[in-house]
Design a protein around this ligand. Structure first.
Ligand code: ZN
Length: 250
């Protein structure tokens, strides 16, 4: 199903705010759910949590906190904090504002995880099996049988070198066939995507990493700063987890 609302986070990750109109309201049991004709919210997915922020009605300045967002049948749905009183109504003109400090931290963290993933693949050929993040910290799991403390130190240093190299981060949307033709993209399990999807969004850290991905990222690795490995652990004989946090560039 093609969504009717414009989903601006995928084309401009730096858009913090946009004017919109309320397209649908579901008052639900707990919290009202709002669909807008356009939004800057990221609905969560691929290990990146959904945005938080505000919906402000233009007419009277009343505002509602948005505690989460998610995709329902392709539409981005905004979940309001439970409040007394009416939610905005269908047709209301509103401004939708992100909690930008939090989103920017997630963009930096997400980009750092791609750099980590790119280094581990390039230097050790280890596949990613999963990942997760919060603002400023994240983890990735790898099929990486021979990981050790020494290797983790070397990985941290290499990731920081790559981030400091000021590499551009490019977003592209490719036809499915063209995306499948990129050999390394398979490691991010592009082949698990449902057959109905005919376009694939890719994120490239130019010269380091290319992945099929739906998240939001900074435009250049220098915006990340640096990383520190805060821990690593075995999740089995093969599967290993590396935890990182963002730090100022070393
Ligand atoms: Zn990503």
């Amino acid at each position: 199903m093609t969504p009717t609302g414009e989903q601006l986070c995928y084309t401009d990750a730096y858009l913090q705010s946009v004017d919109a109109r309320v397209a649908a309201v579901d008052t639900g049991d707990q919290a009202a759910l709002i669909v807008l004709d356009r939004t800057v919210f990221y609905p969560g997915g691929g290990g990146q949590p959904a945005d938080r922020g505000l919906i402000v009605r233009i007419d009277d300045g009343r505002s509602w906190a948005v505690r989460a967002a998610r995709k329902v049948d392709g539409e981005i749905v905004h979940e309001l904090e439970a409040v007394d009183g009416e939610p905005p109504a269908v047709g209301d003109s509103v401004r939708v504002d992100l909690d930008w400090a939090r989103r920017l931290a997630l963009m930096r963290t997400h980009t750092a995880l791609h750099a980590l993933c790119g280094v581990v693949w390039r230097d050790y050929g280890a596949l990613v099996t999963g990942g997760n993040m919060e603002p400023g910290a994240g983890r990735m799991d790898f099929e990486f049988e021979h990981m050790s403390g020494d290797l983790v130190d070397a990985i941290e240093a290499s990731v920081n070198t790559e981030l400091a190299a000021a590499r551009d981060v490019r977003v592209e949307v490719l036809p499915r066939d063209e995306a499948f033709a990129i050999p390394d993209l398979i490691r991010t399990k592009v082949n698990l995507l449902p057959p109905g999807i005919d376009e694939i969004r890719t994120i490239e850290i130019v010269g380091l990493d290319l992945q099929a991905d739906g998240g939001t990222h900074v435009a250049n690795t220098r915006e990340v700063g640096g990383i520190r490995v805060t821990g690593y652990e075995s999740k089995g004989r093969i599967n290993k987890r590396i935890r990182i946090e963002l730090v100022d560039a070393p």
